[in-house]
Design a protein around this ligand. Structure first.
Ligand SMILES: *Cc1c(COP(=O)(O)O)cnc(C)c1O
Length: 377
């Protein structure tokens, strides 16, 4: 089954009992047992729920993994995966990971003895250089937010294998439609399904997929023990969004490509970050490991004052956090999503005050181009 078809027919499609073509919402907490321990595979909905199970099978199919797990948010998924480790364990992570990932590692999980080192993984030599005797995993986001840096997943997987580490990849930006990390050697894939997978700014959810039965058993144990599961209504809503993932991603990318080219040629723009542009430092690598470059762009207009002017003038780009939905969004990472990072560190990373991030939506691209042309003056 090809990827596009899998979005429609993958997982556990429909309802075998009635023929309903949409998976029913099993709004239920517990299940009748014929006798003690004799049941139809479901006992209690924290442990397993048929609607959630259909979603979990679907994401496992899409990522090519052994099993999928659905959580109440991307952060709940990330936290559950971190619960596979123990006090004294160390991880090497991408330095410009999602802000919430940085926060949970440095302000919450550190209190339980989980150690984290953040390095620029787009140069994989940095990973190797920071592996310690107690390192247990490499955690990568690619492309990164907001600078769209790319890490070579096959090279990272080779390092992980050589040192006996798990490779964990946050695949939120690419989705399994454009990138499948397990096929490149990763062990665990994580999603904030709140973004492209849901796609309509109407659900908060997280997903994880694991490569082996052993990891599946361990992560299910954590999911059932800690309980941050996704409810049946949101599981259904997410599956509904995912059916159109292919057409949405292709259109997001086409719009983003045209906008990136327009920005690259605009004299008020100092720099454009988009892996689909031939002058992006990791363009060739992106072409090799991804099937598409996605819908995220960031660009630098030189100063906070100019960036704020652009933000105040756009009409179709909504000023908001989040990304990956049908409506185009605009944000200032330095003042919004990445404000908690000290200015000096931000500038080092390249997240300058004049950096604007776009999540390119599905409006008519000509309206989006007109909008940006006017805003840039
Ligand atoms: C949003 C996001 C998260 C966190 O997901 P939530 O659903 O908001 O909890 C994690 N990683 C990336 C890359 C994200 O964009």
């Amino acid at each position: 089954m090809r990827r596009k078809t899998m979005l429609i027919h993958g997982g556990i499609p429909g309802d075998p009992h009635t023929g309903a073509v949409s998976v029913p919402i099993y709004q239920v907490s517990t299940y009748k047992q014929e006798e003690v321990g004799k049941h139809k595979g479901f006992e209690y909905s924290r442990t397993g729920n048929p609607t959630r199970a259909a979603l979990e099978k679907l994401i496992a199919d899409l990522e090519g993994g052994e099993a999928g797990f659905a959580f109440a948010s991307g952060m709940a998924a990330i936290t559950a995966v971190m619960m596979l480790f123990q006090s004294g364990d160390h991880l090497v992570l991408t330095d410009d990971v999602y802000g919430g990932t940085y926060r949970v590692m440095t302000n919450v999980l550190n209190r339980f003895g989980l150690e984290a080192t953040f390095v620029d993984t787009s140069d994989v030599a940095n990973i190797e250089a920071h592996i310690r005797p107690n390192t247990k995993a490499i955690y990568i986001e690619t492309p990164t937010n907001p600078l769209l840096k790319i890490t070579d997943l096959q090279a990272a997987a080779a390092i992980a294998r050589a040192h006996g580490l798990l490779l964990i990849v946050d695949n939120t930006f690419s989705t399994p439609y454009f990138q499948t990390p397990l096929e490149l050697g990763a062990d665990i894939v994580i999603h904030s399904a709140t973004k492209y997978l849901g796609g309509h700014s109407d659900v908060v959810a997280g997903l994880a997929v694991v490569r082996t039965p052993e990891l599946a058993e361990r992560l299910h144990y954590v999911q059932n023990s800690t309980g941050g599961v996704l409810g049946p209504q949101d599981s259904w809503l997410l599956m509904r969004g995912m059916k159109t993932l292919a057409v949405r991603m292709e259109e997001h990318e086409e719009n983003a490509r045209q906008i990136a080219v327009f920005l690259a040629e605009h004299k008020a723009v100092k720099r454009v970050h988009y892996p689909g542009l031939p002058d992006h430092p990791n363009h060739e690598l992106a072409k090799k490991q991804m099937r598409g470059f996605g819908g995220m762009i960031s660009f630098d207009v030189g100063s906070l004052e100019r960036a704020e002017k652009v933000l105040s003038r756009v009409r179709y780009f909504t000023l908001a956090e989040s990304l990956g939905a049908v409506e185009s969004l605009i944000s200032l990472p330095g003042k919004m999503t990445h404000a908690s990072i000290p200015k000096e560190r931000r500038e080092q990373l390249g997240i300058t005050d004049g950096l604007i991030r776009l999540s390119v939506g599905l409006e008519d691209v000509n309206d989006l181009l007109d909008d940006l042309a006017k805003a840039l003056g």
